[in-house]
Design a protein around this ligand. Structure first.
Ligand code: NAP
Length: 315
C-alpha cells in the first residue's frame, strides 16, 4: 500500500507540488483554507478532500505544509483543528513554506513536545519548476527524517540538498532570495539608467546575457520589467456551471519576496551582521507595495526605480 501524504495549502506552488506527489503514486489527501480550491484540485487529480488539517493528518505518514508565513504554519499545524492534533507517533511534518529559522524553531519545539518531528524544506524555482517537479529543495532538521522523506522530495524537486539541523534549510532559502531580489533590483536600476542614456535595451540585455552581467534574474525578469507585465501566469478556473476560464496569477508575489528579505535581515540583525544590499532591496520592495504591487510578481519593483528616475522603459 502506498504511503499517505497530507498536503496542506494549494496556492500557486502547493497545487503544483501536490499534483506531482499524486503523480508519483502517493496516497494523497489535500486541504486548503478556501475549500473550493481543494475541491477543484480533487476533480482533476487523484486525491481525497479533507475539511480540516486535522482530518487530513489523521492517517498520514507525512504532512506537508505550503502556506505563506510562520503564523499560518503554526495555525495549520498547532491551532484549532490543526494537523498535530490528529498525528500519530511517527508522522513526519515537512514545511515547504518560507517562514525563516526563528518560526521554524518555535514550531519544531512545539511539535517535539508531542514527540513529532519537523523538517524545514523550503523550495526555490517558482511555479514553472513546481509544475515540472524540478524545484530545488533545501532541507533542515533530523537527517533520518530527510532520508525517509527523500522519495517525496524526488517527486517534487530535482536538486535536493540536506542543509543541516532544524532551521538551516530556511536560512539557506532566505539568503538565496535576498541575493535574487537584490540582483533583480540591480537589473532594474541598470535598465532604467540604460533607457535614460538612450541605450538599445535589446542590445544591453543580449550583451549582459552573454557576459559577466548575466544572471537568472536577467533571464527571468528583464522581459516582465520591460513590458510591465507582472501577471503572466495563467491557471484554469472552473466555475460552478463547469465553465473553464483562465485566471492570471503572478509567478512570485512581491509581498512574499518582501517577507523573505525582511526575515533574512532580521536573522542578520540578531547576529549583528550587516547585509546592506538586502536592506536597500527591502526598501525598494516595500515602496513597491506602497505603489499597489503587493500581489504582482516582484519584477514590479522596476516601477519604483522608474518613478525615482522619472523614466519609463516603455510608454
Ligand atoms: P499563494 O499562491 O499565495 O498560496 C498561499 C497558500 O496559503 C494558499 O493555499 C492559501 O489558501 C494559504 N493561506 C493563506 N493564508 C492562510 C491562512 N491564514 N491559513 C491557512 N492557509 C492560508 O503562495 P505561493 O506562491 O504558493 O507561496 C507559498 C510559499 O512558498 C510562501 O512561503 C512563498 O514565500 C514560498 N515560495 C513561493 C514561490 C513562488 O514562486 N510563488 C517560490 C518559492 C517559495 P487560500 O487559497 O485559502 O488563499
Amino acid at each position: 500500500m502506498s504511503e499517505r501524504v497530507a498536503f496542506l495549502g494549494l496556492g500557486i506552488m502547493g497545487s503544483r507540488m501536490a499534483a506531482n506527489v499524486a503523480g508519483a503514486g502517493f496516497d494523497l489527501i489535500v486541504w486548503n483554507r478556501t475549500q473550493s480550491t481543494a475541491e477543484r484540485f480533487c476533480e482533476t487529480h487523484q486525491a481525497a478532500l479533507a475539511h480540516t488539517p486535522q482530518d487530513a493528518a489523521a492517517d498520514a505518514e507525512f504532512v506537508i505544509t505550503m502556506v505563506v508565513d510562520g503564523p499560518q504554519v503554526e495555525q495549520v499545524l498547532l491551532g484549532e483543528n490543526g494537523a498535530a492534533r490528529a498525528a500519530r507517533p511517527g508522522t513526519l511534518f515537512i514545511d515547504c513554506s518560507t517562514i525563516g529559522p526563528a518560526a521554524t524553531h518555535e514550531i519544531a519545539d512545539q511539535l517535539a513536545k508531542r514527540d513529532l518531528a519537523l523538517l524545514d524544506a523550503p523550495v526555490t524555482g517558482s511555479s514553472p519548476k513546481a509544475q515540472d517537479g524540478t524545484l530545488t529543495i533545501m532541507v533542515g532538521g533530523p537527517e533520518a527524517g530527510f532520508h525517509r522523506a527523500r522519495p517525496l522530495f524526488d517527486a517534487m524537486g530535482e536538486l535536493i540538498v540536506y542543509a543541516g539541523p532544524s532551521g538551516q534549510g530556511q536560512m539557506v532559502k532566505l539568503l538565496n532570495n535576498a541575493v535574487a531580489a537584490s540582483n533583480a533590483s540591480v537589473l532594474a536600476q541598470a535598465l532604467v539608467v540604460g533607457k535614460r542614456a538612450g541605450v538599445d535595451l535589446d542590445a544591453l540585455v543580449s550583451v549582459m546575457g552573454a557576459g559577466a552581467g548575466g544572471s537568472t534574474m536577467l533571464d527571468l525578469k528583464a522581459g516582465p520589467m520591460r513590458t510591465h507585465d507582472y501577471t503572466t501566469l495563467f491557471k484554469d478556473v472552473r466555475s460552478d456551471s463547469g465553465e473553464v476560464t483562465q485566471e492570471i496569477q503572478p509567478f512570485f508575489k512581491l509581498e512574499h519576496m518582501l517577507k523573505d528579505v525582511r526575515l533574512c535581515l532580521e536573522e542578520g540583525q540578531a547576529l549583528g551582521v550587516p547585509f546592506p544590499a538586502a536592506a536597500l532591496t527591502r526598501e525598494i520592495l516595500s515602496a513597491s507595495t506602497g505603489r499597489g504591487h503587493a500581489d504582482h510578481d516582484f519584477s514590479a519593483m522596476i516601477d519604483v526605480i522608474e518613478a525615482a528616475a522619472d523614466t519609463r522603459l516603455t510608454e
